[in-house]
Design a protein around this ligand. Sequence first.
Ligand code: ADP
Length: 167
Amino acid sequence: MSSQTPRVAIYPGSFDPLTNGHVDIIERGARIFDAIIVAILANVEKTPLFTENERITIIRDVFKANKNVQVEAFSGLLVDYAQLKKATVLVRGLRAVSDFEYEFQMALMNRHLAPGLETVFMMPDEKYTYISSRLIKEVFTLGGEITGLVPAVVEDKLRAKQKAKKK
Ligand code: ADP
């Protein structure tokens, strides 16, 4: 089937902060879709470590060479945002069986809300399957080594935050 319409995918998440697992999924998505929009969920309930703008800046910086990777923040229903962006695909990452149940529920709920929007699951390289933003924050706070698990810019920003806190 050929189509002239560009295939736009959305990769939604908190990205607080971006990890190399996320980077791996975004790169895979960028190879398959005409455009992939990394959509940062403006979640009012969680208190994030990085502000929305900081997260946008980090991800834009990491993907500045990839013309088909866009980064935005969104609020409200994901399916409404997808429609606004003319996206037909939602990308989600699957690390382990533990991700499955929640992701499966979300995918089916989104299909119920927007039948034309397809969720596509992608697996990262196995060396990233144990990484989560939450664990990165925890390990870093306790003084553990996170080099190679997050982009260098994320490590720098984490150190800067830690320094500012100590002052
Ligand atoms: P959310 O709060 O929506 O789970 P995250 O930023 O934690 O947001 O994750 C966004 C998406 O990326 C989710 O689909 C999640 O399963 C996936 N993801 C998170 N970490 C990894 C990783 N290390 N490898 C692959 N996918 C990941």
